[in-house]
Design a binder for this molecule. Structure first.
Ligand SMILES: Cc1ncc(COP(=O)(O)O)c(C=O)c1O
Length: 392
C-alpha cells in the first residue's frame, strides 16, 4: 500500500483513537534511549542515574569472565545460529548448557528456548490438549496468559495466591478433565511475592494435578541460585519449571526443565522452539559461564535479597520475599510523579502502570541487584519514606 493510501485508510483513524485513549489514561509509553553501565548506572533522559529498574540481579551481564567466554564463542562460531534448533541451529554449546542446568537443578532434562516469553507461549500449548484443565494465578505474566490462550485446554484463573480458590476450582471441575495443570510463579514479577508453593503442592497431589512454575525471577537469586522452590523443605514436586537466561543469568534465552518424556514432546510440539532461529552461540556461551558462577559464588547469589532487605528496613516497609519490592501508589499520575521525583534525586525507578498491572494499582517497582551500594540504598529508602508520607 502506498503511503497516500495508507493515510486515507480508515485504520489510521483507529490508530490515532487508540493512542489518544492510552494517553488519556496516562498509560502512554515511549522507548527511551537507556545506556546501561556496570555498577547499576544508567544514562537516560540526558542524565546519569542509579538504576533500580533492572533484572540483571547479579550484574552478570557486565562480568568480565562471561564477556570473554561470549567473545570467544563469537569469534569461533560467528554472530548467528543460522537456522532453527531443529534444522541446523543446534550448536553443541546448547547441549553443554542444558546439561549444566539439568545437573544444577537435579532434574531429568532441560530445553533452552529463544526467551522466557517464547518458553511460556510454546510450552503451555505443547503439553496441554482440549481435554485438559489449566488453573492459573490471576497475576501470571503476559507470556503465560498468551500461552494459555494458544492452548486448547479449558482454563480458570484463581485469585492471587488464594489456595482455597484453587481447591474450589479443582473440586468443581477437576473430574471432567484428563490432565490438570496448576500454573503459578516462583516470584511474581510485578509484586515480588512468592507463590504459596507448599499449599499448592498439597492441592496438586490431592487432585492429581501437575504444577507448572515460572521462576523467571527466582532462578539465580533464591534457593542458593537454583530457584525459589529449592528454599522449601521438602522441595515441592514441580512438573515443569520455566526459567529465563535474561535476568539473573545476564544473557538471553529461556528454558524448561521437565521429565525426559515431556522434553521430547516439547522438541516436537513447541512451535516457539521449532519455528524460530536458535540463539546466537555467543549468547549460549555467556549463559554457561554465568551459571557456573551462580553455582559457585554463594555470596554473590545472596546479595540481591540482602540489599532488598536493607531497603525495606530503612524505608519502613515489610521484609521482602525476593529481590523485587513494590510500592503501590494507586493512580498512574501519582506513580509517574513519584518516579520523576526519584529521577530528580538521581535514581531511576520505573512507574509500572496498567495494563502491566491491574487498574488502580500503579506502582513503583524496585529491583535490587548485587552491585547496588549500601549508601545509595539508604538514600533511596529515605526518599521513599517521604514519598509514602506525601503521596499515600
Ligand atoms: C514471570 C516472567 N515470566 C517470563 C518472562 C519473560 O522472560 P524473558 O524476558 O526471558 O522473555 C518474564 C520477563 O519479564 C517474567 O517476568
Amino acid at each position: 500500500m502506498s503511503k497516500k493510501n495508507f493515510i486515507k485508510n480508515n485504520n489510521n483513524l483507529y490508530f490515532s483513537k487508540e493512542i489518544k485513549k492510552i494517553k488519556h489514561n496516562s498509560q502512554f509509553r515511549n522507548l527511551i534511549k537507556s545506556h546501561r553501565y556496570s555498577n547499576s548506572k544508567i544514562f537516560r533522559n540526558g542524565k546519569e542515574l542509579i538504576s533500580f529498574s533492572c533484572n540483571d540481579y547479579l550484574g552478570l551481564s557486565q562480568n568480565k569472565t562471561i564477556i570473554s567466554a561470549s567473545i570467544q564463542a563469537l569469534k569461533e562460531y560467528g554472530t548467528g545460529a543460522g537456522a532453527s534448533r531443529l534444522v541446523s541451529g543446534n550448536h553443541p554449546l546448547y547441549n553443554e548448557l542444558e546439561n549444566l542446568i539439568t545437573k544444577f537443578k537435579n532434574v531429568e532434562s532441560t530445553c533452552v528456548f529463544g526467551s522466557g516469553f517464547l518458553t511460556n507461549t510454546g510450552v503451555i500449548p505443547a503439553v496441554s490438549s482440549k481435554d485438559d484443565l489449566i488453573i492459573y494465578d490471576e497475576l501470571s505474566h503476559a507470556s503465560t496468559n498468551l500461552g494459555i490462550k494458544l492452548s486448547k485446554a479449558k482454563s480458570f484463573k484463581f485469585k492471587h495466591n488464594d489456595v482455597n480458590h484453587v481447591e474450589n476450582i479443582c473440586k468443581k471441575h477437576r473430574n471432567r478433565y484428563n490432565s490438570c495443570f496448576i500454573l503459578t510463579e516462583g516470584v511474581f514479577s510485578m509484586d515480588g511475592d512468592k507463590a504459596n508453593l507448599k499449599e499448592i503442592s498439597f492441592i496438586a497431589e490431592k487432585f492429581n494435578a501437575s504444577i507448572i512454575l515460572d521462576d523467571a525471577h527466582g532462578f539465580g537469586v533464591l534457593g542458593k541460585g537454583r530457584g525459589s522452590q529449592y528454599d522449601l523443605k521438602p522441595i515441592p514436586e514441580i512438573f515443569i519449571q520455566i526459567g529465563t537466561l535474561s535476568k539473573a543469568v545476564g544473557s538471553y534465552g529461556g528454558f524448561t526443565v521437565s521429565p525426559k518424556i515431556v522434553n521430547k514432546l516439547i522438541h516436537n510440539k513447541a512451535r516457539t522452539l521449532i519455528y524460530t532461529t536458535g540463539l546466537p552461540p555467543s549468547c549460549v556461551a555467556a549463559s554457561i559461564a554465568a551459571i557456573n558462577i551462580i553455582r559457585s559464588d554463594k555470596n554473590l547469589v545472596k546479595k540481591p535479597l540482602m540489599n532488598a532487605s536493607l531497603f525495606c528496613e530503612k524505608a519502613l516497609l515489610a521484609p521482602p520475599q525476593s529481590s523485587i519490592v513494590t510500592l503501590i501508589l494507586g493512580t498512574e499520575q501519582k506513580t509517574i510523579k513519584a518516579s520523576k521525583l526519584l529521577e530528580k534525586e538521581g535514581f531511576y525507578v520505573g512507574a509500572i502502570r496498567p495494563p502491566t498491572v491491574p487498574l488502580e494499582t500503579s506502582r513503583l517497582r524496585f529491583t535490587f541487584c548485587a552491585n547496588h551500594k549500601k549508601n545509595d540504598i539508604i538514600k533511596l529508602a529515605n526518599i521513599v519514606k517521604n514519598i509514602t508520607k506525601t503521596l499515600l
